[in-house]
Design a protein around this ligand. Structure first.
Ligand code: 6LW
Length: 496
């Protein structure tokens, strides 16, 4: 992904980060909702430069999303390393509830899930005490001991500290043994602008817990700051054994109230321990001051020419990806999509996309639609998407915003494969009512200059408009017959 030592450390819709350290290696996992494969997992050696090494739930036997609504499916994970194995616990809110998987190699393969019917709620956490007992703590802040082999819970869930009374949504609990105390860190206030992180400590995994008098240890509610919604955090020690916090945040753009389009992203901030309590440092964009040598960022190639037998881990689809509908084997060097849903409004549309990870960026794809219909889209959910598509002998730009769907522009289709382009440009608000960016679509004959067809206001593809827990995904789709893509380019428009 190759970022320039800056926050967010994992840009684009990568919320609910959970991190663990194994020697000099760091691993981080995020929630993934209705997208398949699910739970992207990343590796780093310096906490700043991260590379996706796979997806934890990459098989239908691990991940059933057929009933998942947009922003349903996989909620927050916890990633831990214990007794020589990696453990990940998460919630499929649309099918089966809480589940546990394990692996020796974090890049996979991960095991089939052990379902956890006795673990209630969402945001499950794993922590082990000195005896090897595994404590599972969940949102709302209940806690139960867990048998990792059978998935059986031991005893009944008990309530533990859940933060300041009256502050909504105690979520994202993480339990740590640090020094003489057990620390329980939670998110509160909900994942919107009121989000916050609080912590308490006690003598045992089950408390009783004494709240930090300085709570919340992190919040940007009511604060003028380019990063908002800060919360849902996890603690980790850096290469020099200093302490750091990863957490989710958003980068709203445009005028008031600000619209965030990349979803909730993963950020990093320093932590200092004072009198046995963590104090979180400022959330800054420039991380070049990190007090240890940074790895060379691994630049992601601009072009995916689909030459491999399998798709790269960054590619995600909606709810499933049947081989008979999505393949690079049918025409070597091309991605072949066979239609199922008739438009991007359908929750079973055949779609292969990647998260938008920059506030300004562009994407393009060479499409051969001689045997079908399909296109290139910027999607938030089935009710909020913009696309440029080839259908009925023309190229057209289609916008779906809530109940409204319209063809914004069209032109006759040039003969043969064409290049479809989308350019997203962050806008500095000209006035208090300005949107965060513009989304422009164009078409070109192979290798030729693109002709712009339409430019749309990006605020309607933001979470403030659409709601939900995800962020924009830019991808290719089929709506009739068979369409093929020879390549897909993604170019960041800048460092952010
Ligand atoms: C996540 C929970 C939350 O599991 O939203 O608002 C859920 N807080 O912590 C999805 O991100």
């Amino acid at each position: 992904m190759g970022n320039s030592a800056s926050n967010p450390i994992v840009p684009g819709f990568h919320p609910d980060p959970s991190i663990c350290r194994v020697g000099e290696d760091y691993y981080l996992a995020c929630s993934s909702f209705e997208y398949f494969p699910g739970v992207p997992i990343f590796h780093s050696r310096d906490l700043v430069n991260w590379r996706q090494i796979g997806n934890v739930l990459d098989r239908p036997s691990q991940l059933g999303l057929s009933r998942a609504s947009s922003s349903g499916g996989i909620y927050a994970p916890t990633l831990r390393h214990h007794d020589g194995r990696f453990w990940l616990i998460t919630t499929n809110v649309s099918e089966g509830g809480n589940l546990l998987v394990t692996a020796t190699d974090p890049a996979g393969p991960w095991s089939d899930p052990v379902m956890l019917p006795g673990v209630p709620g969402i945001d499950p956490d794993l922590a082990w005490d000195e005896d090897g007992t595994c404590w599972c703590t969940v949102a709302g802040v209940g806690q139960v001991r867990l048998d990792l082999v059978t998935g059986r819970t031991l005893g009944v869930p008990a309530r533990v500290w859940s933060g300041t009374r009256g502050v909504r949504a105690p979520e994202a609990p993480h339990l740590y043994r640090i020094g003489e105390y057990w620390y329980l860190m939670i998110a509160k206030g909900g994942t919107e602008r009121g989000h916050a992180v609080s912590i308490a400590r006690g003598p045992s995994p089950s408390g009783p817990f004494e709240p930090n008098p300085a709570n919340p240890i992190l919040t940007h509610r009511g604060v003028e700051h380019p990063v908002q919604n800060t919360g849902h955090a996890d603690l980790v020690q850096g290469p020099d054994d200093s302490w750091w916090l990863v957490f989710l945040g958003t980068r709203p753009g445009g005028g008031t109230p600000g619209w965030h389009v990349l979803g909730r992203e993963t950020f990093l901030a320093p932590v200092e321990w004072i009198n046995g309590w963590p104090v979180v440092g400022e959330v800054v964009t420039d991380l070049s001051g990190i007090p240890w040598p940074l790895q060379e960022p691994v630049a992601e190639p601009v072009r995916d020419d689909f030459d491999g037998s399998a798709l790269r881990p960054q590619w995600i689809s909606l709810r499933d990806r049947p081989e008979e509908l999505v393949t690079t084997q049918d025409r070597p060097g091309w991605l072949t999509l066979r239609a199922r849903g008739e438009s991007l409004d359908a929750d079973d549309v055949v779609f292969v996309g990647r998260r938008q990870q920059h506030l300004s960026c562009s994407a393009s794809a060479l499409i051969d639609a001689t045997e079908g219909e399909g296109g290139l889209a910027v999607r938030l959910d089935e009710h909020h998407h913009y696309g440029i598509e080839v259908a009925d002998g023309e190229v057209r730009v289609v916008a779906r915003i809530g109940p409204l769907r319209t063809v914004v522009a069209s032109r006759p289709l040039p003969v043969g494969p064409v290049e479809l382009t989308v350019r997203i440009a962050e806008e500095q608000p000209r006035d208090a009512r300005g949107g965060p960016d513009t989304v422009s679509f164009g078409v070109a004959e192979p290798g030729g200059a693109a002709t712009d067809l339409a430019t749309l206001d990006g605020r309607y593809l933001s979470t403030e408009v659409a709601g939900g827990f995800t962020g924009r995904v830019i991808g290719m789709y089929a709506t009739a017959g068979t369409v093929r893509f020879e390549w897909f380019d993604y170019v960041s428009g800048g460092s952010r």
